[in-house]
Write a protein that binds this ligand. Structure first.
Ligand code: XLS
Ligand code: NI
Ligand code: NI
Length: 438
């Protein structure tokens, strides 16, 4: 039964089109730098925002109706969400989805019943996957909504709650593997703290690493060959989240020997909450060989929380795709961890959010490719560090064949060194505008 009745399959109509339910830039088969847009941009739908979130916020109830004709909180509703989700993804030409355990079934009081429901729904999802060719990008366990996780999951002070979290991770891994998921995500949820006065930080971090180690061991034992991901976030819900940003998460993974099995899932809005640009966290991940997947959304620079908006900023999308192209692509994909604004509550709005996000990233891809082909930025950066490639002393520094003593003797002969060359930021920003708007 069709759920989104008045909404046709979304087609590419080109930049001249005024049809809100058509792509202006995302043309799945268009080839950019030797690959189709579809290959460059493995888009995913986030089950939670798209099929569950109804606009409930701290000040008011839901506005959007996501019952899909069934009583919310029942297995019939869980199935209706599967139907709605697959129809939605098919109509948009989206190839992947991401889920938390409790997005796909209502959580029961007893975990044995929740797990039975997960088995049932995943059979149903699997059928739909076979029918449509749509795949699972990643799964995860929601270890932050239930009150038992008020002090964290891996970082909780309660051994029983830790065990419960472990049980959820085990089952979420089972389901992710059953659905052929490319990755498995740990977003820090409530892994963090409010005050040092009640917190043993070292103990909590050790325990998070223990949980992750067990997840790797178990995952590999049941045939999971994909990547585990940490999704960094600096704050919210906790005041201090342990996985603050890409650099912090990489340090953590290395300290605990988890860096071979884990990569990062970088979310735009989390990077900006950490006081970075999105492209900063992508670059830090990439240069450490840890750029795995992306949660594609955007925040609001005037608001200090995770507003999870559909990506609209083409500058940022361009800089993101520049990083992704330079890194040789992602092993994961682009998950729209994004939701409609509360007043955009219709089914049509759900589609228009994705049309906006997909078009924004398509534009970002096109413009990033042009930036690379243009070559001026690359050329400038190469030139900027040229003294290390051309001068004798520069070559010695880079090859590690010098010492403070030798460099000090060299500096003695320099007098006052020349200024290091203009950074030319304004010229380079002009190039970006030139490429974006020519
Ligand atoms: C919350 C996170 C979350 C993860 C999955 O801020 O973005 O949605 O992506 O647990
Ligand atoms: Ni996310
Ligand atoms: Ni987020």
């Amino acid at each position: 039964m069709e759920i989104f009745k008045n909404i046709p399959a979304i087609k590419f109509e080109g930049a001249q089109s005024k049809n809100p339910l058509a792509f202006k830039y995302y043309d799945a088969e268009r080839v950019v730098l030797g690959k189709t847009m579809k290959e460059h941009l493995p888009f995913a739908m986030a089950w939670w925002h798209n099929l569950c979130a109804n606009g409930t916020d701290m000040f008011g109830r839901g506005v959007a109706d996501k019952s899909f004709g069934q009583e919310v909180g029942t297995m019939a509703h869980a199935k209706a969400k599967v139907d709605a989700g697959f129809e939605f993804m098919q109509k948009l030409g989206i190839g992947y989805f991401c889920f938390h355990d409790v997005d796909i079934v209502p959580e029961a009081d007893d975990i044995k019943e929740t797990n039975r429901r997960l088995d049932e729904i995943s059979d149903y999802i699997l059928e739909k996957m076979k029918e449509t060719g749509i795949k699972c990008l990643w799964g995860t366990a929601n270890m932050f909504s239930n009150p038992r996780f008020c002090n964290g999951a891996g970082s909780t002070n309660s051994a029983d709650v830790f065990a419960f979290a472990a049980a959820q991770v085990k089952k979420a891994l089972d389901i992710t593997v059953k659905l052929g998921g490319v990755g498995y995500v740990f977003w820090g949820g409530r892994e963090g703290y409010e005050t040092l006065l009640n917190t043993d930080v070292k103990f909590e971090q050790n325990n998070i690493a223990r949980l992750m180690k067990m997840a790797v061991e178990y995952g590999r034992s049941i045939g999971f060959t994909g990547d585990f991901y940490i999704e960094p976030k600096p704050k919210e819900p906790m005041k201090h989240q342990y996985d603050f940003d890409a650099a912090t998460a990489i340090g953590f993974l290395r300290a605990y020997g988890l860096d071979k099995d884990f990569k990062l899932n970088i979310e735009a809005n989390h990077a900006t909450l950490a006081g970075h640009t999105f492209e900063h966290d992508l670059r830090i991940s990439a240069i450490n060989g840890m750029l795995g997947s992306i949660d594609a959304n955007q925040g609001d620079m005037l608001l200090g929380w995770d507003t999870d908006e559909f990506p609209f900023d083409v500058y940022t999308a361009t800089m993101c795709m520049y990083e992704v192209l330079k890194a040789g692509g992602l092993t994961g994909g682009f998950n729209f961890d994004a939701k409609n604004r509360r007043p955009s509550y219709t089914f049509e709005d759900m589609f228009e959010g994705f049309v906006l996000g997909m078009d924004t990233f398509a534009l970002g891809l096109i413009k990033a490719a042009e930036l690379i082909e243009d070559g001026r930025i690359d050329e400038f950066i190469k030139e900027r560090y040229a003294s290390f490639a051309t001068s004798e002393i520069g070559k010695k520094i880079v090859s590690g064949k010098t010492s403070l003593v030798e460099l000090a003797a060299y500096a003695d002969g320099l007098g006052s060194p020349e200024l290091p060359g203009s950074g030319k930021q304004e010229r380079l920003e002009g190039i970006i505008n030139n490429i974006l708007f020519r």
